[in-house]
Design a protein around this ligand. Structure first.
Ligand code: PEP
Ligand code: MG
Length: 577
């Protein structure tokens, strides 16, 4: 049966493929594809896990064998049920199928099959049998624990079946933490759908940087969509169509081809300098998450990196932090990858929807208002100094700017300056080579935007983080889909904060850019140009659509219009003109 689900459109384009369900409760296990030739080894891991758990149960049974206590008799009966469940062929054949046919890793195969069997248990009329689902879940948890101790083969970059191109796959999950998304950078999935999340949640941001059509906040998609269903992800409209009819499929196939043609057309302006009709040179920079992202950045003509979100080096490693050399290596690779163009390295911004370790989500009541970004860095001076030293050393290889996230207080500014001085001193003492850096601050807390004159005095440049600025100005959690309709970049208060920050920087002759999602939204380009912005930082995929707007704009004509827009009660209406 065809049905449609609506969510937030977060990453453009159309994807058509088979659904791959990743259940939320199982997200703590790794999901990746193994190479076909490794499938038998993966099945052997599963067999080992099953045998180990069975052996544990038998040992328990043995201990109870001579005990007549009623409670123990009951327990013995339960253990017998566990053994039966564990040896159920239906479970094992199913798990093997995911490994052998789909090349899922063992943990993923196990949880995928659990998901299917659990649904069958839910439908059982007999309450006793229905309750056995919990037993099965326990057994799977135990097998997962055994698997954790036994290494898996190396992940494969893509599923391949006897050389035949496999069907495109669309990942459907309740939620994905940003670090999980990075695993999928291998290019395995054609589209993403999650039940939760807002447009500027970090998961959505990573989906955009992967340039894969995505819809977040699709409510209960992960429950309604079945494994292997054919789905269409319309990343422009924020729609998911499940089991489409041939007519709908044909229509979206056409739309998909149109998208490809449009991209090819845009690629023609790749080497055209970003200069407006009245001769204003506009700086179009890239936002990156990993050193390897410099390649796509250069391929669309980015003239530097305006935001390197270094937290992605810190996340998804079970809380183990990268040491100085590992960080230095990553920053140096980014700097060298840009071949002399500037790279703005933001110091680590973990917390809120970017937990260090997604096994331990932030339990605080308001994590977005808690110990995140520079607050965490200052609370962990050894970690912060390590990062600063690594950045300073990378600066010996090219032009490097350091960007500090979420600064709001003068005391934080002073502490950052003191830490930088200390990091240089430590390097001097070691005789290490390092280079000069310009130091900038993110303007993403409303207090910082309102007190921007203070920041202008103390920093070499500023960068407006509109994602958080909107979240904090409007008191809208950027990851909460239930209030996503109120997350409004065109709210007059937001525009006022952005406009004033740009104006104060221009007056003071300090460079300012926007590196939040607003910079990559081509519908906002004319307004930002009209407000005096000359530097934009965005995902590489957004650079060409924004450049197209730049090439068509005359900033002299946009100035007065932009002032009207921001003074209006309903800026969205004027923007559409
Ligand atoms: C922002 O807040 O706009 C920003 C660029 O930082 P992040 O999205 O990583 O919080
Ligand atoms: Mg931010």
């Amino acid at each position: 049966m065809t049905f449609t689900l609506h969510g937030q459109a977060v990453s453009r384009g159309v994807a058509i493929g088979r659904a791959v369900l990743v259940a939320s409760s199982r997200l703590d296990v790794a999901h990746y594809f193994i190479a076909p030739e490794q499938a038998q080894a993966e099945v052997a891991r599963l067999r080992h896990a099953r045998d180990t758990v069975a052996e544990e149960i038998r040992r328990l049974q043995h201990g109870l064998a001579h005990d007549e206590m009623e409670a123990h008799t009951e327990l013995a009966a339960l253990l017998e049920v566990h053994l039966m469940l564990l040896q159920d062929e239906h479970l094992h054949e199913g798990v093997k199928h995911w490994v052998l046919e789909r090349h899922y890793n063992a943990e993923w195969a196990l949880t995928a099959q659990l998901e299917q069997v659990a649904k069958q248990f839910d439908e059982m009329a007999d309450p006793y049998l229905r309750e056995r689902k919990a037993d099965l879940e326990q057994l799977v948890e135990r097998m997962l624990r055994v698997l954790q101790g036994v290494a898996s083969p190396v992940p494969s970059p893509a599923p391949a079946e006897d050389g035949k191109p496999a069907d495109p796959l669309v990942l459907v999950a309740h939620d994905l933490v940003p670090a999980d998304m990075l695993h999928f950078k291998q290019g395995v999935f054609a589209g993403f759908v999650t039940d939760v999340g807002g447009k500027t949640s970090h998961t959505a941001i990573v989906a955009r940087s992967l340039d894969i059509p995505a819809v977040v906040g699709a409510r209960n998609a992960s429950q309604l969509v079945q494994q292997d269903d054919w789905v269409i992800v319309d990343g422009d409209a924020g729609v998911l169509i499940v089991n489409p009819t041939p007519m709908v499929l044909a229509e979206y196939g056409y739309k998909q081809r149109q998208g490809v043609i449009e991209r090819e057309r845009l690629a023609r302006i790749k080497n055209t300098p970003a200069v407006t009709l009245d001769g204003e040179r506009i700086e179009l920079l890239a936002n990156i998450e990993q050193p390897e992202d410099t390649l796509p950045a250069l391929s669309v003509g980015a003239v530097g990196v305006g935001l390197f979100r270094t937290e992605f080096l810190f996340m998804g490693r079970g809380g183990r932090l990268p040491d100085e050399d590992e960080q230095y290596d990553a920053y140096r690779r980014a700097v060298e990858g840009m071949h002399g163009l500037p790279v703005t390295i933001r110091t680590v911004d973990v917390g809120a929807d970017k937990p260090l370790d997604h096994h331990r989500r932030d339990e605080h009541l308001n994590p977005a208002l808690g110990l995140r970004a520079i607050r965490w860095s200052l609370a962990e001076p050894a970690m912060f100094l390590t990062q600063l030293r690594a950045i300073l050393r990378a600066a010996a290889h090219g032009k490097v700017n350091v960007l500090i996230p979420m600064v709001a207080h003068l005391s934080e500014i002073r502490q950052v300056q003191a830490m930088l001085a200390k990091a240089r001193e430590q390097l001097d003492r070691r005789g290490a080579v390092y280079g000069p850096v310009r130091v900038g601050a993110m303007i993403e807390v409303p207090a910082a935007a309102l007190a921007v004159r203070l920041f202008v005095r103390h920093f070499d440049f500023l960068s407006i983080g509109t994602n958080d600025l909107i979240q904090y100005a409007l008191a809208i959690d950027r990851v909460d889909e239930s209030v996503a309709h109120l997350y409004d970049p065109l709210h007059p208060a937001v525009l006022r904060l952005v406009a004033d920050t740009i104006a104060v920087c221009r007056e003071a002759g300090k460079p300012v850019s926007v590196c939040g999602e607003m910079a990559g939204d081509a519908t906002m380009t004319r307004l930002l140009l009209g407000l005096g912005l000359r530097s934009f930082s965005m995902h590489p995929t957004q650079i060409l659509p924004v450049k197209q707007q730049v090439l068509r704009s005359d900033t002299r004509k946009l100035r007065a219009w932009a002032q009207n827009v921001i003074a209006s009660d309903e800026p969205a209406l004027l923007l559409a003109d």
